[in-house]
Design a protein around this ligand. Sequence first.
Ligand SMILES: [Zn+2]
Ligand SMILES: [Zn+2]
Length: 268
Amino acid sequence: MKPILDYHNHTILCGHAIGEPFEYVEAALKQGLKEIGFSDHAPLVSHEDPTVTMSFEQLPRYHQMIEEVKSRYAESDIVIRVGIEADFIPGYEEKTRTIVEGYPYDFVIGSVHFIGDFPFDNPKHKDRLKTDDINQVFRDYNVLLRQSAKSGMFDIMAHIDLVKKFGDKPTEDLSDDFRETAKAFKEAGVAVEINSSGLRKPVQEIYPSLAVLKILAETEIPITFGSDSHAPGDVGADFDKALELAKQAGYREYVAFEKRQIVKRIAL
Ligand SMILES: [Zn+2]
Ligand SMILES: [Zn+2]
């Protein structure tokens, strides 16, 4: 069994993905998916980096690309959703809000990729995870997750234990921290994605871990699924494992979004 939707797919505009949108849709069809959502990296609000995100000038092009692929598959059974993955960077909330409210999205994915000036998931900076106090990095990350949920800008929180990407795990029990984060998610009404891309990274684990997912399940945080594909071949990758993990954590259903609302609950 596999989830029928994949809400986390990138485009060439981010500068580190390959393939045309139609190739992602073809891959989704081949995987038997009923819904594919594009959610490319929104323009960075703090600085420009063409290897990380599209520029502000490219935003209309992004929407044009998705519109084109939508009409190409208008007769097909697959539903194509338009989303965006926006970074949460404190101090830039208004600029971020302008982006996420500037177009009629089906969902907005909120991501934390920066802790202060530390782009902790960037391979170029990963050595810092060896020297900094790893438990503190996880705690700081959790604080940002809570702030991003509270900002009200996002519908789905992405890969919520991304700090582990290169295999660096907390050495202390941080359950209380994640419990507090889950509480903040509940209050903010956000969902969390089960992101299979961690299996393609050194950690070789889905985001979030089973332990964290159990906390989310206890707190009744809705879930969605995303492959975080940066190539057509990654669409729906390891979704059988992602579904199994959700069940193991105690989930019985996942949700589908349209126009930034949960419109469907699908049994696992
Ligand atoms: Zn990316
Ligand atoms: Zn992504």
